[in-house]
Design a protein around this ligand. Structure first.
Ligand code: NAD
Length: 261
C-alpha cells in the first residue's frame, strides 16, 4: 500500500503511540505534520530523521491542543506546508487520576479539552477539504476507557467515551463520501503516559516498579502483555487503505482481551 502524495496530521506525535503511527504512515510515503510537546532540538532531530529515512516531507506545529485557535493554525500550517490534509489522527492526550470528589477542576477542563474537544476542532477544520476531494481518513485514538470505565479516571473516561461518540457522528455524516472516521481503542501501551501510572502505583502500593508494572497489566489486560505503538501504527495504516473503506464509525480495541471480560 502506498500513501505517497497523501499528507497526514498526527496530533501528539512527539512520543508514544502518535510517534508509532507517524512512523507507520511515513514508511508508506505519507508527508507528515508532527505535533506535540518536546524540546525543540529533539523535535528538529525527529523531523529530520523521519524525513530522511522515508523520503517524505515532515512539518511540525507546536500547537497546544487545549486551544481551538492553535488547532486551526495547525491545520492551516499543514495545508500550506504540505499542500493538503488527507489523514487526520487525533491522538494527543493526557491523564490524571483521583476520586471524583477530589478531582481538580483544572485537570477536568484540561483532559476534556485536550482529549476530546481538540478532536472536534481538528475534524471540523479538515473536513471541508477532505469532502471536496472525496477522500479522507479520520482516526481518533480513544481507549478501552472509551468503552468501559475504571475508578479514579472520571475525566479521562468521560472524554474517551465522548471521542467514541464523536467518531460515530462524523462517520454517519460522511457515510456517503470517501471520507471515513473510526476510533482505535488501545488497552495498556508502555508509553510515558502509562509509565507515570506504574510509578505512582509502585509508590502507593510500596512495591518495586517491576511488580507494579505486572500488577497493572494483570488487573485489566488478560494477555498480560502491552500493546505496542508499532501495532497501533499498523492498524492506523490499515484504516487508511482501500480495504478499510467500509469500516465506518467503528471503535476497534487493541487491548489484549481487556473488554472481552
Ligand atoms: P504520551 O504521553 O507518550 O504521548 C502524548 C502526546 O501528546 C505527546 O506527544 C505529548 O507531547 C502530546 N501532548 C500532550 N499534551 C498536549 C497538548 N496540550 N498539546 C499538544 N500535544 C500534547 O502518551 P501515549 O500513551 O502515547 O498517548 C497517546 C494517546 O493514546 C492519548 O490520547 C492516550 O489517551 C491514548 N491511549 C494511551 C494508552 C496507553 O496505554 N498508553 C491506552 C489507551 C489510549
Amino acid at each position: 500500500m502506498s500513501l505517497r502524495g497523501k499528507a497526514a496530521i498526527v496530533t501528539g506525535s512527539t512520543s508514544g503511540i502518535g510517534l508509532g503511527i507517524v512512523r507507520a504512515l511515513a514508511k508508506e510515503g505519507a508527508d507528515i505534520l508532527l505535533n506535540g510537546l518536546g524540546r525543540s532540538a529533539d523535535v528538529a532531530e525527529l523531523q529530520k530523521s523521519i524525513a530522511k529515512d522515508n523520503d517524505v516531507r515532515v512539518a511540525y506545529s507546536n500547537a497546544d491542543m487545549s486551544k481551538a485557535s492553535a488547532i486551526l493554525a495547525m491545520v492551516d500550517c499543514a495545508t500550506q506546508e504540505l499542500g493538503h490534509v488527507d489523514i487526520l489522527v487525533n491522538n494527543a492526550g493526557i491523564q490524571f487520576t483521583a476520586p471524583v470528589q477530589e478531582f481538580p477542576d483544572d485537570r477536568w477542563d484540561a483532559i476534556i479539552s485536550i482529549n476530546l474537544s481538540a478532536a472536534f476542532h481538528a475534524t471540523k477544520a479538515v473536513l471541508p477539504q477532505m469532502l471536496d476531494r472525496n477522500w479522507g481518513r479520520i482516526i481518533n485514538v480513544a481507549s478501552t476507557h472509551g468503552l468501559v470505565a475504571s475508578v479514579e479516571k472520571s475525566a479521562y473516561v468521560a472524554a474517551k467515551h465522548g471521542v467514541v461518540g464523536l467518531t460515530k457522528v462524523v462517520a454517519l455524516e460522511t457515510a456517503k463520501s470517501g471520507v471515513t472516521c473510526n476510533a482505535i481503542c488501545p488497552g495498556w501501551v508502555l508509553t510515558p503516559l502509562v509509565q507515570k501510572q506504574i510509578e505512582d502505583r509502585a509508590q502507593h502500593d510500596h512495591v518495586a516498579v517491576a511488580d507494579a508494572k505486572h500488577d497493572l497489566l494483570a488487573e485489566k489486560q488478560p494477555s498480560e502483555e502491552f500493546a505496542t505503538p508499532e501495532q497501533l501504527g499498523a492498524l492506523a495504516l490499515f484504516l487508511c487503505s482501500d480495504a478499510a473503506a467500509q469500516i465506518r464509525g467503528a471503535a476497534l480495541p487493541v487491548d489484549g482481551g481487556w473488554i472481552a471480560q
